[in-house]
Design a protein around this ligand. Structure first.
Ligand SMILES: [Ca+2]
Length: 319
């Protein structure tokens, strides 16, 4: 085979190979989508994780109040995903059903695994554990969102959003906007809390978090919860509107930050007439399995064109 023909073959191979072989770029990820909502007498708890530590198993404890756990979801953000990796999660020793792959993978292998923990989480102390196979990677946290119903507790309306949005110059994404697509009762509202989870924030690189254009914090992503992890809650009670509520994650001068989760939890006084609806669960689709960014495709196409030119040029010069 001539050098030109070899170059063509190599370029074609690169084009036809799965994205994982082309530098493992996984794209911009997915916006945060509504995964659960409802109105219950009870409470919504969010949190869990102590950052990327490489420990295996990765362990956490979650305290849930008395009541019935009607929805529990574990979001496990993981660094350096590759196709052969595995991640098994146990709650109180019970293995959660394993989807076999992350739900969303973005950037250079930031993965989001989602587990339904509704049947396994319970009031009291919950032992969470992740065991995994992942060379040079692992979890940033075990982030639990749990709805605990208890008739003695206040009426609580909630919206839970999950995703994996890679904000950075490489994806040309400067902000992630989460729109709360619902009319919200403001009468009788006692308290409103916004809970967020973000990956890969850097201290000193000023990102911003806003709720309805009110600045909640600057440099929120600064690895305060552990290496590469930020879990936060904000009181947004004064800022809630009846319609058009929205959360804005701004990259600012972060070179790289991933909003992963947001939950808006509204608590009402008794007798406000807000109807109880129970819990509705939505299942957004998978993403991030592929998608080589356009600049990479462009370079590959130029390689093919260049190799083709060399090949045909060489043929023309043959005696
Ligand atoms: Ca920051």
């Amino acid at each position: 085979m001539t050098r030109g023909a070899a170059a063509i073959a190599l370029a074609l191979l690169l084009l036809l190979a799965p994205p994982a072989a082309a530098g493992e770029w996984r794209g911009a990820g997915s916006p945060l989508a509504l995964v659960a909502e409802g109105t219950v007498h009870g409470t919504v708890l969010t949190g869990g994780g102590h950052g990327y530590t490489s420990e295996n198993p990765y362990a956490e404890y979650a305290e849930l109040p008395a009541g019935t756990v009607t929805f529990a979801r574990l979001s496990v953000p993981v660094w350096n995903y590759n196709e052969a990796d595995t991640l098994d999660v146990l709650v109180n020793g019970q293995a959660l059903p394993w989807e076999g792959a992350p739900r969303i993978v973005s950037a250079w292998g930031v993965a989001s695994y989602l587990f339904d923990a509704s049947g396994a989480a319970r009031p009291g102390t919950n032992a969470l554990e992740a065991r995994y196979v992942n060379e040079n990677g692992g979890p940033y946290g075990l982030y639990l969102t749990a709805v605990v119903e208890n008739q003695t507790m206040p009426l609580t309306r909630f919206f839970v959003y999950e995703g994996n949005a890679a904000l950075g110059p490489a994806t040309r994404l400067d902000r992630e906007v989460v729109e709360v697509d619902a009319v919200v009762e403001t009468e009788g509202l006692v308290n409103a809390t916004l809970a967020t989870m973000q990956i890969a924030g850097t201290a000193g690189e000023r990102d911003r978090l806003l709720f309805n254009d009110h600045l909640l914090g600057e440099d929120v992503g600064r690895a305060k919860t552990g290496p590469y992890l930020d879990v936060d809650t904000f009181d947004v009670t004064p800022y809630v509107n009846a319609t058009g509520n929205r959360v804005v994650f701004e990259r600012g001068d972060e070179t790289y930050i991933h909003p992963f989760a947001a939950a808006l939890v509204l608590t009402y006084a008794d007798g406000t007439g807000v109807p109880g609806t129970g819990v509705t669960v939505h299942e957004p689709g998978r993403s991030g399995g592929g998608g080589v960014p356009l600049p990479v495709v462009g370079v590959l196409l130029l390689c093919v064109a260049g190799a083709g030119y060399l090949f045909f040029d060489r043929r023309r010069r043959r005696p």
